[in-house]
Design a protein around this ligand. Structure first.
Ligand code: SF4
Length: 467
């Protein structure tokens, strides 16, 4: 059976809601908002579909496999519970005939909403499972104060700074599901960050669809935090997050950063360690013609030059990126341009999808769709080159001492554990495998930092001795 998410809750009698969260970190933060609201209103969560009075499924609709997984999970919840509310990206999807896809496939669901729709989901919950009337429940403490409930381990958390996207990349249907860019007020974002650090978060992962564009929609309006004016803009946001994190000794990691010129201003903060020298830059391709066909943001930028300048200003910088191989019309020469780029740009961590047509994306109508075998073959060739680059870059770390955040350490790390350095984001990058410490007095604890000497590199991971 699909795992049903259950944040830790105090025991009390109350209506029970089962919750399944599928999809990306942005969907996870939507789930956290809904669970926070459910908890604040006194609902309990159930570990099983059968034990719940109602089930909420937060879906993903990005690629065909994700659509299938979401539809299967809804089917499972309907079979085992029968009372199901659907939210998330798939909820906003329509069929070729213009009907809501979820409703067409599963007409028995109680309600369907799109992504980022906490209030609509709560309205559907109230309608189908009235809220408990216990005045004491309003006093139930939330896990992270104003930041609400988090579904990640207690020592790291995603911080969503905006919703939606102003771009119209031809392979992507996110803007049609999540709408144009809407930046959260900077005061709210910074208050949430502070609450998370106060609650024990040691690593804050800043997410959005386009982090570099933060504040564009509100013309970089001046907001307030801690009694001081602060602009709704990436530079000020990163500066303030670095300041807030510092007394807690916590990490701030930036995801989905497009290589616009304004990112140049962030690099000095990385060089001084105020935020992690790590950038997740979704480049998707290197060849200007393919980027134009993709309608990518910053497609006119000289990405290679820019990355090299960033590396000069901050030699520790680690760059992660994702790419698409076999985009419609991609020639062998364009693909080889991409392979050269990976080698020259020395991308530390690269992921690659073989192009797959997403229902509703305009790229489906582009000429020159490549056969699936060729797209897969290019993906495999890409990964071979990317892994070679990545392995060589990891190898350079052997012998160095790194700060590692411990993610797992059974028996206080006596048998070793698993952690991550600044070069590894959770879930998507490699890990640091920690050997049992040599010193008997040395222990490892989840959510704490340890220094470790890197002894070898294995695939995407490093092996290290805690010191
Ligand atoms: S930048 Fe492009 S790929 Fe990313 S969400 Fe916006 S439209 Fe989609």
């Amino acid at each position: 059976m699909t795992d049903v998410l259950t944040p830790s809750q105090p025991a009390h009698t109350a209506p029970k809601v089962g919750f399944v969260s599928l999809g990306c970190p942005k969907a996870l933060t939507d789930s956290e908002l809904i669970l926070t609201q459910l908890s604040a209103e006194g609902y309990q969560t159930s570990k099983t579909f059968q034990g719940a009075d109602l089930v909420i499924v937060n879906t993903c609709g990005f690629i065909d496999d994700a659509v299938k997984e979401s539809l299967d999970t809804i089917g499972e919840a309907l079979a085992e519970n029968g009372r199901v509310i659907v939210t998330g990206c798939l909820g906003a999807k329509t069929t070729d005939g213009g009907e809501n896809m979820v409703r067409q496939m599963h007409p028995k669901v109680l309600a369907v909403t799109g992504p980022h729709a906490t209030q609509e989901v709560m309205d559907a919950v109230h309608l189908n499972l009235p809220k408990p009337h216990d005045p004491f429940l309003d006093l139930v403490p939330q896990s992270f104060g104003v930041a609400g409930i988090k579904l990640t381990p207690r020592h790291y958390a995603y911080l969503k700074i905006s919703e939606g996207c102003n771009h119209r990349c031809t392979f992507c249907i996110i803007p049609s599901m999540r709408g144009d860019l809407v930046s959260r007020p900077i005061g709210d974002v910074l208050s949430e960050a502070k609450a998370l650090f106060e609650g024990g978060v040691k690593e804050l992962l800043v997410i959005s669809q386009d982090t570099s564009a933060y504040g564009v929609d509100v013309k970089y309006r001046t907001g307030f935090w801690d009694g001081k004016p602060v602009k709704t803009r990436m530079l000020e946001l990163v500066q303030a997050l670095g300041d807030i994190a510092e007394p807690y000794g916590a990490w701030v990691r930036l995801h989905y950063v497009y290589p616009y010129p304004n990112v140049d201003d962030i690099i000095p903060f990385m060089a001084t360690g105020r935020v992690l020298p790590y950038l997740d830059v979704p480049l998707q391709h290197s060849h200007p013609d393919v980027l134009r066909r993709m309608k990518r943001p910053a497609s006119g930028e000289k990405n290679l030059d820019r990355l090299q300048q960033w590396r000069e200003a901050c030699p520790e910088l680690v760059v992660r990126s994702t790419f698409i191989a076999g985009f419609p019309g991609e020639t062998e020469a364009e693909f080889e341009h991409l392979l050269d780029f990976i080698r020259e740009a020395q991308i530390d961590r690269a992921g690659c999808f073989a192009y797959s047509a997403v229902n509703g994306a305009t790229a489906n109508d582009l000429p020159g769709m490549l056969p699936i075998e060729l797209r897969e073959e290019r993906r495999a060739r890409f990964m071979a080159v990317a892994e070679e680059v990545s392995a060589a870059r990891l190898q350079r770390r052997v012998g160095s001492v790194m700060q590692v955040l411990v993610d797992s350490a059974p028996a206080l790390g006596r048998k070793g554990g698993v952690g991550r350095s600044y070069a590894d984001a959770p879930e998507i990058d490699g890990v640091v495998r920690l050997l049992p410490p040599e010193k008997i007095s040395k222990t490892l604890k989840v959510g704490e930092f340890t220094k470790a000497r890197i002894v070898s590199a294995q695939g995407h991971d490093l092996v290290a001795l805690p010191i």
